[in-house]
Design a protein around this ligand. Structure first.
Ligand code: F0G
Length: 408
């Protein structure tokens, strides 16, 4: 394995453990290249199943169980909290609400720090440890900081988290504090916090936002686990929230690799959903353009995705195009209503995650997707991640469909 510039026209190559944050030739993002895999597809699938019976911490982790597609580290150096292994939950009232017959939720909020970030952080922190850093840092709308703080504590590293002042949920702030991170509050948005961190990055501070390609390697394993849970039957659509666009980039990379190495013949179409007030990627898609114009003052109730200048948009676009998917947005109103419905199904999630169900309902009402389509919605954060939202903005599901569900 090695690092390569993610822009194919450039293609500059670096050693796997080079600490560069960007391509030294063109300045774009780097990616980990999986160039060979030791086993054939049936043997890989068997090995992943058999590892479930083992007590090796790497097999207990739902990320490292798929380590045939991850960078290799000495067994005792892996920084893990037993992440992954999240269930696939069938939607009932939510399926009706969306107008679909088969809706599944892959709930990545049921991870150790209650968001999908743990899947990437276990790999990012293992790499940080491996290259001998003493301190790690990230900018965050809350979940990355909680996850980074926990995994840094496990690894015995100093954690510094840059947060947009007054703009993140108290629950997430409390998590970072509890795990002992140093909090640096920056006036403005997530984009300002990220710029402030990038300006202060030095050889003593290892950078762990999703620009770091090792983070995406861990996050991609969610798709390995998902398809295994579906007995390798490929759903028609995968729908995922988009903020800084790291997660959708990771999923696109997973599908490319699963296809390249013969584990699947087709892949689900990936739909990325943004909040209407923080929607530069959806705007670009609608305009048919290939140049992202940042949103200056992003605004949405879904604070996790209040991001105006997503750094991974080119990687995410590659994933959307590879899978034949598309990009869309939903309003705060629609997010609130969908979130309430996910609660009504006994599942619950944080507001950003509800963009998925809101998006599905909109797509069905426009007739863009078929009622018989098999759809998996990725829930990215736990219901307890933003309790203020629930108290302040709680919506009763008042739509016609919701009322019908209630009447049953
Ligand atoms: N959902 C939740 C709950 C998130 O916390 C985030 C991002 C996203 C979706 C979007 O994922 O950025 O990979 O497109 N949260 C980051 C953070 C930015 O700092 O916690 P993305």
């Amino acid at each position: 394995m090695y690092l390569r510039c993610s822009v194919s026209q450039c293609g500059a190559e670096l050693d796997l453990h080079d600490r560069a944050l960007a391509c030294p030739r063109c300045g774009d993002l780097l990616e980990v290249v999986v160039d060979k895999v030791a086993l054939d597809p049936p043997a890989l699938k068997r090995q992943w199943r058999e590892r479930r019976l083992s007590c090796d911490p790497r097999d207990v982790s739902g990320v490292w169980r798929f380590r045939d597609f991850l960078p290799e580290y000495p067994a005792g150096t892996v920084v893990t909290l037993g992440e992954g292994n999240t269930p696939l939950v069938r939607g009932h009232k939510t399926a009706k609400f969306a107008g679909l017959r088969t809706l599944w939720f892959k709930h990545l909020g049921w991870n150790p720090t209650s968001s999908f970030k743990d899947l990437g952080m276990t790999v990012g922190m293992t790499e940080a440890n491996f290259v001998g850093t003493k301190a790690v840092g990230c900018a965050s709308t809350g979940n990355t900081s909680a996850s980074l703080a926990a995994y840094a504590a496990r690894a015995g590293l100093i954690a510094k988290v840059y947060l947009p002042a007054g703009q993140i949920s108290m629950n997430k702030l409390a998590q970072a504090l509890d795990y002992g991170a140093e909090l640096i509050e920056i006036p403005g948005s997530f984009d300002d916090a990220l710029n402030a961190l990038l300006e202060s990055v030095n050889p003593d501070l290892y950078f762990l936002n999703s620009i770091n390609p090792f983070r995406l390697e861990g996050q991609k394993t969610a798709m390995f686990e998902l398809l295994e849970q579906l007995a390798w039957n490929i759903p028609d659509y995968l729908i995922v929230p988009g903020g800084n666009l790291g997660n959708s980039s990771a999923f696109g990379k997973a599908f490319e690799e699963l296809k390249k190495f013969g584990l699947v013949e087709k892949v689900p179409k990936m739909i990325v959903v943004q909040a209407a007030g923080a929607n530069p990627f959806a705007r670009m898609w609608r305009a048919g353009s290939r140049q992202l114009v940042p949103v200056d003052k992003p605004e949405t109730v879904a604070t996790a995705i209040r991001i105006g200048n997503p750094r991974s948009w080119k990687k995410s676009l590659r994933g959307v195009e590879f899978t034949g998917g598309f990009v869309m947005d939903v309003t705060d109103e629609e997010i609130g209503e969908a979130k309430a419905m996910i609660g009504q199904d006994g599942i619950g999630c944080e507001p950003a995650s509800a963009t998925t169900l809101a998006g599905l309902r909109k797509l069905r009402s426009e007739g863009t997707i078929d009622p018989d389509a098999v759809v998996v919605a990725v829930l990215t954060g736990h219901v307890l991640k933003d309790t203020d939202f629930i108290i302040k903005h709680r919506k009763k599901p008042e739509s016609r469909e919701a009322a019908e569900v209630h009447a049953k």
